[in-house]
Design a protein around this ligand. Structure first.
Ligand code: SAT
Ligand code: MN
Length: 589
């Protein structure tokens, strides 16, 4: 007999049918319908603590914060287990894993059958986007993980607010998640764009299971965007405010674990008194051309799921303040006094800690104390630099789009595309070294178009076409830029200080958008001269600048060949504009 807990056995008949269907299949001991209330949060948190899923942290240092360890086999997104289930493989395209929707559903339903016996099924209604925004979407996630519920509560607008927006409509994303036995061989993250459904089994971690985030807001979102005339992008959104109060909004796409959160929360160097950067979002942007031909953007999320290692008061003071309270820490190291630690946190390493796998750790230990992809989940409202516009249903007007990857060679600090089409080419051919955010070979350069390789829910060449078609709806399109903070010298040292100093790049970008900044035309795009950068308060020599921005013909030739690997895969649907851009680049080189 299934017991029902929660205020509303929802009045929406479609939600009710969806929940009944999956409770009949999964056979949980009880169904808990979440309302997003404070009382519910207390109750579920207490239950998670009792079950050992969460550990309370030091209440003085980290009020309201909890600690979680995932299964050691389950610490990142898994691209090889992620599928786009469209009627035919050509819709998913060569960069996605494809499976037949009917066969996959049958297989997943067989795994889900009875999977929640002895467990609770939680029903989590949530909104991606501020209530009332034209792009905001409703999702209902069914999950057997209390950790997922508590994370979703931070990452999305959860509970009543979503059911209120839904009303009697059938238009919501159906998300089904069961941890099963957390076995990598039975781990599947499957997207069914035609029925707006996501089924995720066998994992309990981050992007695999917080279904509003990568699955809905990016994979299903990008598919919906193509059909409805908007774009779902793996981008931060920030606002640069000048001392005179001029506000410029910038969106930037960097792959996972390449510094989006740091860039979105940046603080200008002391010498730039009066300049302010505020955060609209740190990971996902939904963009649309408005009725006046202006590209606007909202952040569909409500929290930050950021990488802990490397976060400190020098690299990202705003993040450090954001995660001081009401934060869930996953796979970091635990200190004897109930504080947390990770590699790259301020101060010396602790004398003793418990590592992310629960083993004793000392500075002599060979392995890392925190997993390289350990994370914090923190409410957006904690961010001292949160933009006042972050919750605006109307979004913000975007003046610049930045693409960037992690590149030890070839790519200069910053350059500007000649126009929108060239900018789309820059995004489409972007490369980046792989990071710990996904299972794979860390450090290897791969093509990651628009930082969307793992997140584009349809054929990548159609996605490029969609980008080009958006241009036709824009009167004054955003300027497009390419950046690289990660270039190294022969000794393997970074050539650029990065972090807050990236403000100098941002300021040049804003000046370019405002028709103020100067640049010179190069083979690859518009580049700033040394003298055109604002160096106040930083000792960075012309020689350093030249090395940082060196153009190496042989490296660029190799770059072109690498780009071809991806372009050839997509060739039969590749927009001719991109082929022409490639030809133009070759002739300039
Ligand atoms: O695990 S997540 O996919 O949410 C984080 C990321 O890889 O960007
Ligand atoms: Mn991301």
């Amino acid at each position: 007999m299934v017991e029902n807990i929660g205020m509303h056995t929802s009045s929406n008949i479609h939600v009710r049918e969806f929940v009944e269907k999956y409770s009949a299949l999964c056979q949980p001991d009880q169904v808990v319908r979440c309302d997003g209330s404070e009382e519910e949060k207390q109750r579920l948190t207490q239950e998670a603590v009792t079950k050992g899923i969460l550990t309370p942290l030091n209440a003085e240092k980290l009020p309201g914060c909890y600690y979680h360890r995932s299964n050691p086999n389950d610490v990142a997104r898994v691209e090889q287990c992620t599928f786009i289930c469209t009627p035919g493989p050509e819709e998913a395209g060569p960069t996605n894993n494809w499976a037949d929707p009917r066969e996959m559903t049958t297989k997943l339903h067989a795994m889900l059958e009875g999977s929640m016996r002895g467990r609770t099924m939680y029903v989590v209604p949530y909104l991606m986007g501020p209530a009332g925004s034209p792009l905001t979407k409703v999702g209902i996630e069914i999950t057997d993980s209390i950790y997922v519920v508590l994370n979703m509560r931070i990452m999305a607008r959860m509970g009543r607010v979503a059911l209120d927006q839904l009303g009697t409509s059938d238009d919501f994303n159906r998300g089904i998640h069961s941890t099963l036995d957390c076995n990598p061989d039975r781990r599947f993250i499957c997207h069914f764009p035609q029925t707006n459904t996501i089924i995720s089994v066998g994992s309990g971690y981050g992007g695999n299971v917080l279904l509003g985030k990568k699955c809905l807001a990016l994979r299903i979102g990008s598919w919906l965007g193509e059909h409805q005339g908007w774009m779902a992008e793996h981008m931060l959104i920030l606002c640069v405010e000048s001392p005179e109060g001029e506000k410029t909004y910038v969106a930037a796409a960097f792959p996972s674990a390449c510094g989006k959160t740091n860039f979105a929360m940046m603080i200008a160097p002391d010498a730039f008194a009066g300049w302010k950067i505020t955060t609209v979002g740190d990971d996902i942007a939904w963009l649309w051309p408005d009725a006046n031909g202006q590209l606007r953007a909202i952040n569909p999320e409500n929290g930050y799921f950021g990488v802990a290692p490397g976060t400190n008061f020098a690299s990202n003071p705003n993040a450090m303040r954001t995660i001081e309270r009401d934060t869930i820490y996953t796979n970091v190291a635990l200190l004897p006094d109930g504080d947390v630690w990770w590699e790259g946190k301020d101060g010396p390493p602790p004398a003793n800690a418990t590592d992310w796998q629960g083993r004793p750790w000392t500075p002599e230990s060979k392995e890392k104390a925190a997993h390289p992809n350990s994370r914090f989940t923190a409410p957006m409202l904690n961010n001292p630099s949160l933009a006042s516009e972050a919750g605006d249903a109307a979004g913000v007007p975007i003046s610049a789009i930045i693409f960037g990857g992690r590149r030890a060679t070839t790519m200069p600090l910053v350059f500007q595309a000649f126009n929108w089409t060239h900018g789309v080419y820059l995004g489409a051919t972007m490369g980046s070294e792989m990071t710990a955010a996904a299972a794979g070979t860390v450090g290897q350069v791969r093509r990651d178009p628009m930082a969307m390789l793992p997140f584009c829910g349809y054929h990548m060449a159609d996605y490029f076409n969609h980008w080009l078609s958006i241009r036709r709806k824009l009167i004054d399109p955003p300027r497009i830029f390419h950046v690289n903070w990660f270039r190294k010298n022969a000794a393997g040292e970074y050539l650029w200080p990065g972090f807050g100093e990236n403000f100098r790049v941002l300021k040049w970008i804003v000046d370019r958008c405002r028709g103020r900044g100067k640049a010179r035309e190069t083979q690859v795009g518009w580049m700033p001269r040394y003298s055109e950068f604002d160096w106040r308060g930083l000792d960075f020599t012309r020689e350093q600048w030249d090395e940082l921005n060196k153009f190496d013909r042989a490296e660029w030739q190799r770059e072109l060949l690498w780009q071809d690997e991806l372009l050839l895969k997509l060739h039969d649907r590749l927009p001719k504009e991109l082929i022409f851009q490639r030809e133009l680049l070759i002739s300039r080189l």
